[in-house]
Design a binder for this molecule. Structure first.
Ligand SMILES: NC(=O)c1ccc[n+]([C@@H]2O[C@H](COP(=O)([O-])OP(=O)(O)OC[C@H]3O[C@@H](n4cnc5c(N)ncnc54)[C@H](O)[C@@H]3O)[C@@H](O)[C@H]2O)c1
Length: 353
């Protein structure tokens, strides 16, 4: 069988993880890299042995040799590059969030529905072994019906600045950057239920906290502490059609004593903490029992998850498997996120169906 030939659009930080996974996959051949920063595209192409580098992603998409593309640009161009890629006949893996707004996300889905191309969303944490192990327990109904979930990702001093802090380019702050991961994990594990209503709050009280120099933080390449038009903190209560509910909170800046992550789901027969480390709680023979699956790591595994995500993308594109993160999942998550912003704006609950 011939190789699956790929191109990567956007050659910044996360592209490194896509490129590493592609380059380590024996079935994949990396053909080209595109970035509006041509020097960056050329450096990365050289680093990973891609034959071509472009400043204009349209040129990459016009290459008939390429079967599939990863879109790793800022959020403001996910929709336009995804649509252009599908129309050029490519299978597409779009980084999260699928798009900045519901309208953009639905446009991707509309164009995808008219084609036979795979459109996958970069919900990489779903592909982590700890998540897949828990999913297998849930699919086997070991937890029973899940009626409650908690999704939390709190950073104390963690505004990355640059485009992440520019609402026009990112579409939003911690909600679209990190809250999306924990929300998605819960929603995926709950079986992707339809959303009934959302009640959310956002706050911008602390700003970028560029004044704090004593704590290391991830910074965008173009870090500028004075530029910040996104929220510091968002929280929400989300109600689902099946009666289940989900509590979410996430922050870039918060007076918390430490950074924390918590992804938990609770069912009638058992519950589970996925993050920070997988642990299942249940009851057996009138005793409460904790189960710790013996896997290489019970926490999120970054490199392995990207390798698994890329393998799923290749398998789906070749018709060997279903993508576990199809476009419509990306649309539903953006629908929830947009409703949280809307609810925060109007100061009351938003009804969705
Ligand atoms: N899955 C994850 O865990 C994860 C982690 C970090 C970032 N991301 C997502 O990946 C995407 C990129 O984030 P990043 O941290 O790599 O950002 P980055 O700024 O490091 O890299 C983005 C690159 O895209 C290029 N670019 C931007 N707009 C472009 C356009 N219209 N045409 C061509 N090139 C363009 C920039 O020049 C830059 O090199 C974002 O959507 C982000 O949400 C996902």
């Amino acid at each position: 069988m011939t190789n699956f030939r790929v191109g990567v659009i956007g050659a910044g930080s996360i592209a490194q993880s896509h490129l590493t996974a592609y380059s380590q996959n024996p079935e994949v051949e990396l053909i080209a890299v595109a970035d509006m920063n041509l020097e960056r595209a050329q450096t990365v192409a050289e680093q990973f042995g891609a034959a071509r580098a472009y400043a204009d992603p349209h040129e990459l998409l016009a290459d008939p040799e390429i079967d599939g593309v990863s879109i790793c640009t800022w959020n403001n161009s996910h929709a336009s590059w995804a649509v252009a890629a599908i129309e050029a006949g490519k299978h597409v893996l779009v980084e999260k969030p699928l798009a900045r707004t519901l309208a953009e996300a639905e446009e991707i889905q509309r164009v995808a529905a008219q084609s036979d191309r795979v459109v996958q969303v970069g919900f990489v944490r779903r592909h982590s072994p700890n998540c897949q192990v828990l999913k297998s327990f849930i699919d086997a109904e070991e937890l029973g019906e899940i009626y409650y979930a908690k999704a939390s990702c709190l950073r104390r001093v963690g505004n990355p600045g640059g485009w992440f802090a520019d609402k026009e380019l990112s579409g939003g702050g911690p909600l679209l950057d990190i809250g999306i991961h924990v929300l998605d994990l819960c929603w995926y594990l709950m079986g992707s239920p339809g959303v009934v209503s959302v009640s959310g709050n956002t706050y911008d009280k602390l700003g970028s906290r560029g004044n704090v120099t004593t704590m290391p933080r991830y910074k965008a390449a173009d870090y500028d502490p004075d530029k910040n038009t996104v929220e510091d903190l968002a929280n929400a209560v989300i109600r689902f059609e099946n009666g289940a509910s989900l509590l979410l909170d996430c922050s870039f800046s918060l007076h918390a004593t430490k950074d924390s992550i918590d992804v938990s789901v609770y069912g009638e027969k058992g519950g589970a903490e996925l993050e920070p480390a997988l642990q299942i709680a249940t009851e057996m023979h009138d005793s409460v029992v904790n189960i710790e699956p013996q896997i290489a790591s019970r926490s999120f595994e970054f490199g392995v998850s990207f390798a698994n995500e890329i393998q799923n993308f290749v398998d789906a594109s070749r018709g060997r498997a279903e993508s576990i993160a199809p476009a419509w999942h990306g649309v539903e998550i953006v629908r929830i996120l947009e409703a949280i912003y809307e609810s925060a704006r109007i100061g009351r609950e938003v009804t969705l169906s």
